[in-house]
Structures are given as structure tokens and as C-alpha cells.
Design a protein around this ligand. Structure first.
Ligand SMILES: [Zn+2]
Length: 347
């Protein structure tokens, strides 16, 4: 009979103990609840797991709440996390929009939660750290307080009660340049806009129309546009989206949206049902079992620091507003707070 050497037996016992000590994954609670809990990213190399609308984010990094040409809104949501490529993209895009297109700066809405995943409110996608919402409103010429960032509403470009009827005088000056700029980066997979916005761009673009392909009409998106980046090179657990169709998307595709069809309820069956219809049970909420397996590790990994390599040093503070007039002091201070230091002094 073979005997197990003492050292091996000891390490087996140790393994069993540590397996017991590890937290057992919660496979019954809704994934949107579980992923809304961590305040920090996982201590893992950054990588997106799964698809934009079904996945999670390992090793997320945080976009500083103040940059030379951007301000992050709705800080209480803690959704300014993403892949390092998304943070780098936003820095570059904000800078280009300001310096080359004369745009005052970006107001950045939701990116992802610290560990991505489904959210309790607001989005189907934004789960793998490669999506970002940006307001159509240009950045104002002062640093918004924490309170203003919660309470200021994004302006809708469409008439209340309509899906895509544009307000005649709401289009921010230069917005078309900013949208064209966003579409110009090779890492951008697509950009979601309201169908009315796409219509206007189709009408005003002129001869240079290739970039219009990236702008996809979609529900809502009347007060912000949504930029989605491609799976970065080497991101083997990231699921690619099928590329956008050839052409500028101003023909049939847009006509479909402008027909109002997407908002119409499905047609009622003409025959009456033979049996009495049972009330339809809502589908059970998505749990960890419905997400890609590595998301369990992402959720239960220890906290990471989430420090990206910034071109812009957030700890140096936002400095004077490039936008100029009326800048004044930054009311939130040099709050970046990833490492727990430099806590907020703002309201
Ligand atoms: Zn979005």
C-alpha cells in the first residue's frame, strides 16, 4: 500500500482548510445586487470578461473626477470605473474635443461599477468597463460642486413626450464636431445616439460620411451619447460585438427608427387563445450562474487599488479650468480618493 508522505498530507489538509475558509459564491442573489456592493475594483490584472451586456470587469481603474477638460457627474453612484483603455480614451477625447474642436469639456456620466457587472438601475450594458455615457451639454465654465453633480439634469435635445422629435434651438454649438471626433478613434466600436440626433447628422454631414456608420440610432439617448470601445488587443475573455453594417446608416436603418416601429407593442394575436392565458411570470433575476464563470473570481477577489497610469496626474488637482472665464477654485478639492486619502472637502 502506498503511503502519503507527511508533507503532502499536510498540504492537502491545508488546501481543504483554505477551501473551506474561502467565501462560498452566492449563486442565488441577483447579480445586479452583488455587483453593486464592492466599492473598489478587484486586485487582478485589468481585463474585460464577457459581453457588454453580460459580463464583468477585472482590475478596473478609476477616471479622476476632475480632469483638465472633463468633470464626472453623479459621484454618489461610484460608476467612474473602466478598463485602462477607456480612461486613456476619455483623457485623449476630452483633450482633442477641447483643443481641436473648441468644445469646453466633457461631462462624463456612467462608466462601470468598480467590478463592472449588471447594475441595479439604469443600464443593460456598461458591464465590462468599455462603455461610457457623455452628456450632450458642454462642461460649464466652473468646477461643479458635488451637490451640483448630483442635481443638475442633462438637457434633452428632444421634445418632451416624443421619442426623437428634436427641439429646434437646443443643439449645443459644435456638438456635431464632437460626435465626429468621437467616431474618429480606431478603438471606438460604436456610439449610440437618439434617432433624431442621427437624422440631423445625416442631413448636415456633407460629403465626408464614413464616420456616420459608427453612430447608431437607439432608444432614449436624448440627453447623452454612449461611446463603446472595442475589446482591447489580447483581451481573450472579452466577447466582440458584430461590426456595424457598411454604409452611413442614413437610409433604411434610420428610416426604421424614424417610422416609430421600435416603440410599437408587438401585434396582438388575431385568434383568441384556446386556453385561459396564465399570467406571465417575470423571468428570475440573473444570478452569478448566468454570468461568465470568471466573474465569480472578479466578485470575490480582494480589493485592488485601481490606479491607472495617467497622462494627467489627478493628485496634482485639476488646476485652472482651460475653459477660462469664471473658473475659480475647485469646490471638491483634490479629491480623487482611490487610496482613501484626500477625502472629500466638498459638499
Ligand atoms: Zn450608456
Amino acid at each position: 500500500m502506498r503511503t502519503i508522505p507527511i508533507a503532502a498530507a499536510f498540504s492537502l489538509a491545508l488546501l481543504a482548510t483554505s477551501a473551506l475558509a474561502a467565501e462560498k459564491p452566492d449563486m442565488t442573489t441577483a447579480a445586479k445586487v452583488l455587483f453593486s456592493r464592492p466599492k473598489l475594483p478587484s486586485d487582478q490584472p485589468p481585463h474585460p470578461v464577457g459581453f457588454y451586456a453580460k459580463g464583468c470587469l477585472a482590475g478596473g481603474v478609476q477616471l479622476p473626477i476632475n480632469g483638465p477638460d472633463w468633470q464626472v457627474m453623479r459621484l454618489s453612484r461610484n460608476r467612474n470605473w473602466g478598463m485602462p483603455q477607456l480612461v486613456a480614451f476619455l483623457e485623449k477625447f476630452a483633450n482633442d474635443a477641447h483643443d481641436k474642436d473648441g468644445w469646453p469639456g466633457l461631462l462624463v456620466g456612467d462608466m462601470s461599477q468598480p467590478r463592472g457587472g449588471p447594475m441595479p438601475t439604469g443600464h443593460a450594458s456598461h458591464q465590462i468597463g468599455l462603455d461610457v455615457d457623455i452628456w450632450y451639454d458642454p462642461m460649464p465654465s466652473h468646477w461643479l460642486s458635488r451637490d451640483e453633480r448630483e442635481k443638475t439634469s442633462a438637457s434633452s435635445l428632444t421634445k418632451a413626450g416624443t421619442h426623437f422629435d428634436m427641439l429646434p434651438d437646443r443643439w449645443p454649438k459644435g456638438l456635431e464636431k464632437v460626435l465626429k471626433r468621437a467616431a474618429s478613434y480606431p478603438e471606438v466600436e460604436r456610439i449610440f445616439v437618439n434617432p433624431g440626433v442621427k437624422k440631423r447628422l445625416c442631413e448636415t454631414a456633407g460629403a465626408d460620411r464614413d464616420w456616420l456608420r459608427q453612430l447608431r440610432p437607439y432608444y432614449l439617448h436624448n440627453d447623452h451619447f454612449h461611446v463603446r470601445l472595442r475589446c482591447p488587443a489580447g483581451a481573450t475573455e472579452c466577447t466582440h460585438q458584430a461590426p456595424t453594417a457598411a454604409g452611413d446608416g442614413c437610409g433604411k436603418d434610420l428610416d426604421y427608427w424614424l417610422s416609430g416601429q421600435p416603440w410599437k407593442p408587438p401585434p396582438k394575436p388575431t385568434k383568441p387563445p384556446e386556453k385561459p392565458v396564465k399570467p406571465v411570470k417575470p423571468p428570475p433575476p440573473l444570478t452569478l450562474a448566468g454570468l461568465p464563470k470568471p466573474c465569480i473570481d472578479v466578485l470575490y477577489a480582494p480589493d485592488g487599488g485601481g490606479k491607472p497610469a495617467y497622462a494627467y496626474d489627478p493628485l496634482a488637482g485639476p488646476g485652472p479650468l482651460k475653459a477660462g472665464a469664471g473658473g475659480g477654485a475647485d469646490p471638491i478639492g483634490k479629491v480623487i480618493g482611490r487610496d482613501g486619502t484626500g477625502a472629500s472637502v466638498g459638499n
